[in-house]
Design a binder for this molecule. Structure first.
Ligand SMILES: [Zn+2]
Length: 346
């Protein structure tokens, strides 16, 4: 299996954020990149992506948001006192629509929480991650499967906002890329499914495609009633307009293990089979692990291998895009188990 990654991923390295009433070590650290890179380097053909520019990113994200992400660090002098990162402590609400000119206001407009500080290397890291997703999408269509080591993750990013450690929605970018390529290849509008198995609901992905019937979004995650992202991820959210019926949420009670996880994946795969897409993106969070420091489910390492086997049996061209999965001894083993499980079942 071809694997794509970029050393630029390590250039965004937040060190703290506000969680449950206190300032804690940021779980989404640059070390994740090094550990996942080491885990895939042993068994796979690893390479860096070409630069596909902004075009595939702008198929998913608003231009004004991208400009904000590119320029914020260079505008930091507008905020006296900023040292190593630019971060807002206040955020726009759904009933406050005005996009202001000032940097502090823009920060609160384009971010959902305190987990996505913008630092000197943030744009380089997230831009590289998107290029990794694009290259992987292309490779998956050639080879049948490929893996994108994207870091930071992407599935909490909406078209115009960051949040939950995420800036650019790499899974969404890969999906639109595969769709465009497959449409050219088949001569008809292609359809893509995104299966998100990260322990957190893929709210950004849901938001991006909520009105779309040509991208089916399915998320398996821990019940958000008392868990991030709180305000989305419920079973009754099925899409809107033309997208009604093309968003599926499969929340699981906290503490569930392999059997429930696999049952939800089988349910998702049944819906995907009915939809009959041309390609599949797996939003590959590994934080459903029993050992994950911020997880809420109890999936084992063999459980990830089995999950991969189930997904591989769908027989679709598949881009595996890294989402969450935080620092613990099991993290590299879970990635290796998933990739070998996928390859063993193709
Ligand atoms: Zn997650």
């Amino acid at each position: 299996m071809r694997v794509f990654h970029s050393p630029a991923s390590a250039r965004h390295d937040p060190d703290r954020y506000f969680r449950r009433g206190s300032i804690v070590t940021h779980p989404e650290q640059a070390d994740r990149y090094a550990i996942l890179r080491e885990a895939v380097g042993r068994a796979h053909d690893v390479s860096e992506p070409g630069d596909h520019g902004l075009e595939p990113i702008l198929c998913v994200h608003d231009a004004g948001y991208i400009t904000f992400l590119r320029e914020t660090w260079d505008r930091r002098h507008e905020l006296p006192g900023v040292a190593d990162e630019v971060l807002s402590g206040h955020f726009s609400r759904p009933h406050m629509h005005r996009r202001p000119d000032g940097l502090l206001g823009l920060l609160g407009y384009h971010t959902a929480d305190t987990s996505t500080p913008i630092r000197a290397g943030t744009w380089a890291a997230i831009h590289a991650g998107a290029q990794v997703a694009v290259e992987t999408a292309d490779a998956a269509l050639e080879d049948g499967v490929a893996y994108a080591l994207c870091r930071p993750p992407g599935h909490h990013a909406y078209a115009d906002s960051a949040g939950g450690f995420c800036f650019l929605n790499n899974s969404g970018i890969a999906a639109r890329r595969m769709q465009a390529r497959m449409s050219v290849r088949t001569g008809r509008p292609a359809r893509v499914a995104i299966l998100d198995i990260d322990v957190h609901h893929g709210n950004g992905t849901q938001g991006i495609f909520y009105e779309a019937a040509d991208v089916l979004t399915i998320s398996i995650h821990a019940d958000p009633a008392n868990y991030f992202p709180y305000y989305a991820g419920y079973a009754e959210e099925t899409g809107t307009g033309a997208g009604i019926g093309y968003n599926v949420n499969l929340p699981l009670p906290h503490g569930e293990g392999d059997a429930s996880f696999h049952g939800a994946i089988e349910k998702g795969l049944a819906r995907i089979a009915e939809y009959a897409p041309d390609a599949l993106v797996v939003a590959l969070g590994l934080d459903a692990s029993e050992h994950d420091p911020i997880g809420a489910l109890r999936v084992t390492t063999p459980g990830f291998e089995r999950a991969a086997g189930l997904i591989a049996s769908a027989g679709l061209p598949t881009a595996l895009v890294q989402e969450g999965g935080y620092l613990c001894d099991a993290l590299p083993d879970n990635l290796a188990a998933f990739l070998s499980g996928f390859e063993g079942s193709r």
